[in-house]
Design a protein around this ligand. Structure first.
Ligand SMILES: C=CC1=C(C)c2cc3[nH]c(cc4nc(cc5[nH]c(cc1n2)c(C)c5CCC(=O)O)C(CCC(=O)O)=C4C)c(C)c3C=C
Ligand SMILES: [Fe+2]
Ligand SMILES: [Fe+2]
Length: 337
């Protein structure tokens, strides 16, 4: 058998030239069951971009301990956020994909829009193969992580490169690696926060909670922390918030190592003691609501805050499929058509 796969029979020479947009997100289990979560976590946590400790040691810990305990615990949490439409992350990602396709069509662009998940389904490999069969030979990849991070955006690139490394014909490729300071992104974020303030009043503090990562990654040169800082600065400037009116935190710590700080849960527990009883919380590293926002923030951190004496707690939803967010995506990909 030849080492590299050729053009498929469906797409002969001279029939190519279609443009495709590939939206990419993290992925989610197929079902909220321990076995489906185990399958998902086994793939996710085996990625050396995500957990950067020596592979052999980590495989022993992962398979010997973590995958025996965590799947059942995580499955119980997934069950709390699962709906008839499935996992929130999948449901929202599918709606984003359909709405971006509609928007590009309405703007007279003959472009197909596809969704792939880094872990689980639909896989990056199968989605790239579908695009190829449909005659796409120019691909614009938009990983839906606003702030570049090696464990997320870097790993998305790895998955694309791994699949394309098997192909004989490499399509034209544009990889959008970050949009943490993009004006449309900042405006969309500011509008959603402003709408919340108008509907419910300005809170005593706005908490901007980003997904965390080991602090070591920052020292090794990952720009994620600095990109989160910049998103925070731009959006709070846009909203005209003073330094004492907001706080930036990091959530979803995993394992025993030191992660980026301040931690969201510790902050939510401490704020009432400092006299802050009314907060709104937004998660600018998540382009779609998921377990980490709907359960960890709304459930867990909402409880931590009220148990510590907090009175008013509200979560400002991710940008999801709102129109400004879809327009942002369209404006990010259009320059490459
Ligand atoms: C183990 C280390 C992890 C790093 C580093 C990490 C970075 C990171 N993750 C996101 C976005 C998401 N993470 C989600 C879930 C999730 N994340 C980790 C671990 C790390 N993430 C785990 C183990 C899990 C699974 C859930 C659990 O068992 O606790 C999700 C939600 C998925 C869903 O199905 O809803 C997202 C989205 C970012 C942006 C990021 C960057 C630093
Ligand atoms: Fe994560
Ligand atoms: Fe979590």
């Amino acid at each position: 058998m030849a080492k590299f796969s050729g053009l498929s029979k469906e797409v002969g020479h001279g029939q190519r030239g279609k443009v495709g947009v590939l939206l990419l997100n993290l992925g989610t289990p197929d079902e909220p069951t321990a076995s489906a979560v185990r399958r998902y976590l086994a793939e996710f946590l085996a990625d050396t971009r995500v957990v950067e400790i020596p592979k052999l040691v980590w495989m022993l810990i992962l398979h010997g301990i973590i995958l025996r305990i965590r799947p059942a615990k995580s499955a119980a949490l997934y069950q709390k956020v699962w709906s008839a439409a499935g996992s929130p992350l999948m449901d929202i990602s599918l709606r984003q994909t359909a709405k971006l396709a509609e928007k590009l069509k309405a703007d007279n662009h003959d472009v197909s829009v596809h969704l792939a998940m880094r872990y689980g389904n639909p896989s990056v490999a199968s989605t790239l193969q579908t695009m190829h069969k449909n005659g796409v030979d120019k691909i614009i990849v938009l990983p839906l992580y606003p702030q570049y991070a090696a464990p997320t955006t870097g790993s998305a690139f790895d998955a694309i490169a791994a699949e394309l490394s098997k192909w004989r014909y490499i399509p034209a490729l544009h990889f959008i690696n970050t949009y943490h300071d993009n004006a449309d992104f900042i405006n969309a974020l500011a509008s959603s926060i402003r709408a919340d303030f108008e509907a419910h009043g300005k809170p005593q503090k706005l908490v901007l909670s980003y997904h965390g990562m080991p602090e070591r990654n920052l020292h090794l040169g990952d720009p994620y922390y600095c990109f989160c800082m910049k998103t925070t600065r731009l959006v709070t400037e846009k909203l005209g918030l003073g330094k004492d009116e907001f706080v930036m935190t990091f959530q979803s710590r995993f394992g025993k190592a030191k992660w980026l700080q301040p931690y969201t849960d510790a902050t939510m527990g401490a704020l009432p003691k400092d006299g802050v009883r009314d907060v709104a919380i937004v998660c600018p590293a998540f382009s779609a609501d998921c377990l980490e926002t709907l359960e960890e923030i709304v459930g867990e951190n909402g409880h931590i805050f009220t148990a510590a004496g907090g009175e008013k707690f509200r979560y400002i939803a991710a940008l999801n499929d709102n129109d400004e967010h879809i327009t942002m995506m369209a404006n990010l990909v259009k320059p490459y058509f």
